[in-house]
Ligand binder design. Sequence first.
Ligand code: SF4
Length: 459
Amino acid sequence: MQKTYQLTTFGCQMNLSDSERIAAVCEMMGYKPVKDDEIADLYIINTCSVRQKAEDRVLGMHHKFVELKSKKKDTKVIITGCMVKRDIRQNPEKSQRYQESYYEELKTKMPWADFFVEINQINKLPELLNEQIEIKIDEYFAITPKYNSKFQAFVPISTGCDKFCTFCIVPFTRGKEVYRDYNQIYNEVLTLVQSGVKEITLLGQNVNSWKSRKEGLLGVPIPKFRGNIEKDYLDFADLIENLAQIDGDFWLRFTSAHPYDINPRLIDVVANEKNIAKQFHFALQSGSNSVLRRMNRYYTAEEFEEKVNLIKEKIPGVAITTDVIVGFCGETEEEFLDTVKLCERIQFDQIYISEYSQRSGTIAAKFYKDDIPHEVKEKRKQILEEVLKNGLKEKNKKLINTKQKALVYKTERKTKNLIARTTHGKDVEITNSQNKEYIGQFVYVDIKDALEFRLFGEI
Ligand code: SF4
């Protein structure tokens, strides 16, 4: 009888991408996926630690797995993703001891789990489960993912983060930045484009800090290489410039970019390459310099705005999206108003606003007080949402009567109309076609109307 697995994913695009690799390993071991109402031989939970709520949902699976294991004793449960790691790094011995005691803590909290596996060790799953596979997988990045879509794909290019923003747990859960090999990235993107994938999103916690050592490239033929070979290493701008040369009709996107690592050359590459989508997502977090310092963000509000202005100047019509945290430790009314004013000036195309919530294990949890009342955070969030909407009303109206290239990616649940995404990452509802054969194809849409978060148009 064929062995079965169920995979549950919490969190961000990075985790969704990791899960595509986990699924591939499961299938290499001969497991097939089964639905929720069936009992599987293997359960894998890919966890997220960004918010306490996501961790609580995993811990809340206690009864499900205790009951399940009483029915089927040989069922295995594997926990992977961010909850598994708490790396403190400065001293390797100390780090190892800390990690071991952290495992003990996890075992006490989740006695029903059989293994805790760091995500970058997921290639060792067959060894752990005593399963035979035909080809040994040397490392996480060498796994060929089981992509969820035929026309959109995530390609991770780095893991970890070295920035240590004080509110963020990622540097502890994902560890130090590790950059994927240039040729491996190039080959994955090439294969995807050749198989007809239309939208490829490069992923990294800090995607634009990617580097590749020059020595690593010597002796390896790199098709149409255009980087500055005199440099000691290739940087992110070199990488995307080269990927954009791949022959085919596709869009390259990347997330999440850090403002510190956005430079004029990267902006030029995005401006000049037709295969790179004209959208930048980089997190502002706050428009107040004192808050940015407390967050350890490596830039001032003025530097951030200067980069935005340069992007707008070089790429007319570009979309800029961002993340903002409201109510960070000690955020005064005046500091919040600095954020409001900056957002009004910039007119972002989207702001993902979160109310600050303390994560234990972060630097902020250790040194600052989460002292802004919930009602104040909520109010500040509403104010910023209004700022965003007001800006978008004006901005999106300017797109009426333009023709936009867009990738059809789904249908609207209620109207059954097609939904496509423009190069700027904006959703457009196509009102003159419900033909599902367009899904996965680029179309040209005449924009007829625009709301804050949706455009309407005809093919
Ligand atoms: S840049 Fe900051 S917010 Fe982003 S992953 Fe790194 S530490 Fe977290």
